[in-house]
Design a binder for this molecule. Structure first.
Ligand SMILES: [Ca+2]
Ligand SMILES: [Ca+2]
Length: 223
């Protein structure tokens, strides 16, 4: 009897592990990204950031906050992205306060969409010098039944005057290498995490970022 119980428990455990594994393999969690990860925007110029959703099912509403340094960037405008076209949005309401912009949107029932694409584009103007990043604050996605859609989100994106220039002197050299080395192998939340060193915006500072940094090493962006 005891053996039978043990056997039953083992079979149950096997199935639990099997299902948990297969679920994590087949279930794709929707993700939000900011692209491009890095762009060059000089003082007085504007740069546009795409808020991209990946692998979403029946997206109807979104409430997304982006945070930025308002001593360096000024919010300019926001527009619905190509994900929603053809068709329109019932609500599209961007509100900027200090160093953050909140965008609230809702599609018509007939225009609920699935898949991947740009849901919002946001334009900022550079008003001062310095490397600066734009990051997700709170994000809320809703499906056609207005239920919360569980999702992940990528790292920040940054505006530089010179890609690879982390100390803002418009040259990419040894000083920047030191800043990069400090952040190397860090991910969001680590003590040595530094979003400006995440040049591909994937939420960690790694080999790919080193490659991008190496490509720009010795760049001189001074006017
Ligand atoms: Ca520099
Ligand atoms: Ca990275």
């Amino acid at each position: 009897m005891k053996q039978k119980y043990l056997l039953f428990s083992m079979i149950l455990l096997f199935f639990l592990i099997f299902f948990a594994t297969s679920l994590s393999i087949f279930a794709v969690t929707p993700n939000l990204e900011l692209t491009p990860a890095n762009q060059t925007v000089l003082i007085g110029a504007k740069g546009t950031v795409d808020i991209v959703v990946e692998d979403v099912t029946n997206l109807m509403g979104a409430d997304i906050t982006l945070n930025f340094d308002d001593s360096i960037l000024k919010y300019d405008s926001a527009d619905p992205g190509s994900f929603w076209s053809p068709g329109g949005l019932l609500v599209f309401s961007p509100v900027a306060t200090g160093g953050s912009v909140n965008i609230n949107l809702s599609a018509e029932v007939a225009n609920v969409k699935s898949g991947s694409g740009t849901i919002i584009t946001v334009t900022f103007e550079r008003i001062a010098s310095g490397v600066t990043d734009i990051c997700f604050g709170s994000t809320d996605l809703r499906d056609e039944a207005w239920q919360f859609i569980t999702h992940t989100k990528g790292g920040c994106c940054s505006f530089s005057e010179c890609i690879g220039d982390f100390n803002g002197d418009l040259q990419v050299n040894f000083g920047d290498l030191g800043i990069f080395a400090m952040a190397y192998r860090s991910t969001v939340g680590d003590d040595n995490w530094n979003p400006i060193c995440d040049l591909d915006g994937d939420g960690s500072v790694g080999f790919n970022d080193l490659g991008i940094f190496a490509m720009h090493y010795r760049d001189d962006c001074r006017p």
